[in-house]
Write a protein that binds this ligand. Structure first.
Ligand code: LIP
Length: 268
């Protein structure tokens, strides 16, 4: 298929590829002897499955959309034609959960055009839940429309605070304390992409992190905005290549959560 394919075609292709990739990852997940566990850094888990799934996703999407660019968490990179869409992919988000046998991980596929997220697809094969969105066309969970929660009081909210070793323990603990001090329920579940999908589905009220990478969050960011929520300007500056801080939440949470989280370097 040429690069003239409209975004709607890319949306449907991304949904199909996310399912195929999720089925492969689930087979490996259930056969615990089919992979080994390594570390890219402190608490930064990696298995052979991450690369296997990423290569599958890249081959399917670039075969269908020759000329598109590709950025994968595990290193798959392809420079596309000038001005072409770029696929931004985390083959397994929640790798620490995947590695330890905890069924809270997903496949995350986004497609951007310039600084506009056009397609976002997150598939959780363990629950067979496909979260998807196309810019301007709404957000869907297994074919049903998604809306973020109506919560407007942090004291009644549930907020996920993402954790990674990139920002340091002190910054994480300070962010966690600021959010918890509002009376919100706080948790860290180990998959930023699923955390964002849950905000879009109204299961949680917000997701905050001092630093998150583009492949972890671009699909989820579109889900949240298309479900009526707020997302900070993640692609500002070097967000695509270097990551950025992130706040994503139900619309009624925005002012209070941005104030309470007080994340340095956040682009509103
Ligand atoms: C995940 C990210 C997130 C972080 C998680 C985990 P990965 O990425 O989505 O930034 O909070 O702990 O690191 O490494 O599982 O693909």
């Amino acid at each position: 298929m040429t690069d003239a394919a409209p975004m709607q075609t890319r949306f449907h292709a991304a949904c199909a590829v996310a399912r195929e990739a999720g089925f492969l990852a689930k087979r490996r997940f259930l056969d615990r002897s089919s992979f080994t566990i390594g570390f890219k850094g402190p608490q930064d888990f990696i298995t052979e499955v991450d690369g296997e799934v990423e290569r599958l996703i890249q081959s399917r999407l670039i075969e269908a959309f020759a000329g598109d660019g590709f950025i994968g968490e595990e290193g798959a990179g392809l420079v596309g034609s000038p001005g072409a869409p770029i696929w931004v992919v985390d083959p397994i988000d929640g790798t620490s959960n995947f590695a330890r046998g905890a069924p809270h991980w997903c496949v995350s596929i986004a497609c951007i055009l310039g600084v506009s997220i056009e397609v976002g697809v997150i598939y959780d094969p363990m629950l067979d839940e496909l979260f998807c969105a196309r810019r301007g066309a709404g957000a869907w969970l297994n074919g049903a429309p998604m809306r973020t929660a109506e919560t407007a009081d942090l004291g009644k909210a549930t907020i996920e605070v993402g954790w990674n070793m990139r920002s340091g323990l002190a910054a994480f603990m300070a962010l966690l304390e600021r959010v918890a001090a509002t009376g919100a329920g706080v948790l860290r579940a180990g998959s930023g992409a699923l955390g964002l999908a849950y905000v879009a589905a109204g299961r949680r009220d917000g997701y905050v992190e001092n630093h998150i990478n583009s492949w972890d969050c671009l699909a989820g960011n579109l889900l949240v905005t298309e479900a009526g929520g707020y997302v900070s300007d993640f692609l500002a500056g070097e967000g695509l290549r270097k990551g950025n801080p992130l706040i994503a939440c139900a619309a009624g949470m925005k002012a209070a959560l941005v104030k309470a989280a007080d994340i340095k370097g956040l682009a509103l």
